[in-house]
Design a protein around this ligand. Structure first.
Ligand SMILES: *Cc1c(COP(=O)(O)O)cnc(C)c1O
Length: 435
């Protein structure tokens, strides 16, 4: 596969952009590859600047659930852009998207739009602290909630990939109030509550973890968190930036029947433009300025282009059969991968929900970050390279989830599985050699 032009562009970018990228995982650092510079995308496909074509399972890390350059989204964007791109004053589109969110997710009675998932979780944390008058927050190892100082502790995603324990530049004093527990470990949460009675404002969790690779909540985990929070007067924040409108119409909270106090959204809610949101019970959300005293603002919040893309995306997802189709494609992929790995004797543990799936080169079960870290990252590297070479674009890290869109066809999935069988044979040969 020709990569000359991507390599040249990467060098050029590195001279003016740190690491040549505007978000770390894009650099392909953990897979020893050159990042592909993308020229254009359509439906389930990407084309790089060298003219290579890929079936895309990154989907801009989640937002592109309708596929790329979707005609309906483009139409909505053109119409909105023609009327002006930002006013810093309220628009009808903002209310429309807020209504769609509240209707889909009953635990959300009021919702505030922001521009990134990072802002959404940061603001939800501020509100939880204000509402409870408490300072400590509890998160889970391997969960990523954006890069706000207080949450950049034991974070997954790029942080896990790069092995940065938190990050320099985050003073210890800023994370002192952030407690951590292993994912799926209710005992550790119970212990934290008894160690810090009356001090924990909230528990924040990815209801399905997708930033340490994909890890499902064990039965009873989310319900147990709900009970512990109620018992100790803390709020439960579900970070559905990845799972919201991705795993089900009502997000992971509808799948697992758990009612959070606050929810954060991002990715799909912006339909590929920069939008995110946080919301919850009216009694909590009305504590935000200007109705209440808790401050949070944004020059481009509720941007009309982003709102237009978000509205079109949520409306289209509401059409009957959308999530069934996403679910079927994802299940076939996930099941096909597991079968193909079993055929060549490569230990692989897979997970899927709605339009999201993940796999670890590990016999499983993978229930927490420590388990995820035991996966065979060399096998992943071999697999990733072989897939990329065959035109299958996966996230360039073993600690990320993969995403299917409504633009993926059953034939794309079969082509992907065919490529995966070849890639897995390569992995099997590599493992045999290294033994
Ligand atoms: C992507 C993500 C974020 C951060 O969102 P950004 O828009 O990248 O700031 C937060 N939480 C979760 C669960 C995410 O997957």
């Amino acid at each position: 596969m020709k990569t000359q032009r991507s390599r040249k562009e990467f060098k050029r970018a590195q001279r003016v952009i740190p690491g040549g990228v505007n978000s770390p995982v894009r650099a392909f650092g953990s897979v020893d590859q050159t990042p592909r510079f993308i020229a254009r995308a359509k439906g389930a496909r990407l084309w790089d600047v060298d003219g290579n074509e890929y079936i895309d399972y990154v989907g801009s890390w989640g937002p592109m659930i309708l596929g790329h350059a979707d005609p309906g989204v483009l139409r909505a964007l053109r119409a909105a852009a023609a009327r002006g791109t930002s006013f810093g004053a309220p628009t009808e589109l903002e209310t429309e998207l807020a209504e769609l969110v509240c209707k889909r997710v009953p635990s959300v009675e009021r919702v505030r739009m922001v521009s990134s998932g990072t802002e959404a979780t940061m603001s939800a944390l501020r509100l939880a602290r204000a509402a409870t008058g408490r300072a400590r927050v509890l998160k889970f190892e391997g969960c990523y909630h954006g890069h706000a100082d207080a949450l950049l502790v034991g974070a997954g995603s790029g942080v896990a990939t790069l092995g940065i324990p938190g990050s320099p530049g985050v003073p210890a004093a800023f994370t002192e109030l952030t407690l951590q527990a292993p994912y799926n470990d209710l005992g550790a949460v119970r212990e934290a509550f008894s160690r810090w009675p009356g001090e924990i404002a909230c528990v924040i969790v990815e209801p399905i973890a997708g930033n340490m690779g994909m890890v499902l909540p064990q039965p009873g985990f989310l319900g147990g968190l709900r009970e512990l929070c109620d018992c100790h007067g803390a709020l439960l924040i579900l970070d559905e930036v990845m799972t919201g409108f991705r795993v089900a119409r009502g997000g992971a909270q509808s799948l697992y029947d758990v009612t959070p106090d606050l929810t954060t959204f991002g990715k799909v809610v912006g339909g590929g433009l920069p939008a995110a949101a946080y919301g919850g019970r009216a009694e909590l959300m009305t504590q935000m300025a200007p109705e209440g005293p808790v401050y949070q603002a944004g020059t481009l919040s509720g941007n009309p282009l982003a709102m237009a893309a978000g509205c079109e995306t949520l409306r289209r997802l509401a059409r009957s059969g959308s999530y069934e189709r996403l679910g079927q494609l994802t299940e076939r992929l996930s099941g096909g991968l597991a079968e193909a790995a079993a055929e060549v004797g490569v230990p692989l543990s897979t997970a899927h929900a709605g339009g999201m799936f993940g796999f670890f080169f590990h016999p499983g079960p993978v229930d927490c970050f420590a388990d995820a870290q035991k996966s065979d990252t060399e096998a992943f590297k071999t697999f990733f390279a072989a897939m990329l070479d065959q035109g299958i674009y996966l996230a360039p890290s073993p600690f990320e989830a993969a995403f299917v869109s409504l633009a993926h066809r059953p034939a794309d999935v079969e082509d992907t599985l065919e490529a995966a069988r070849r890639a897995l044979r390569k992995v099997a040969r590599g493992r045999a050699k290294s033994r």
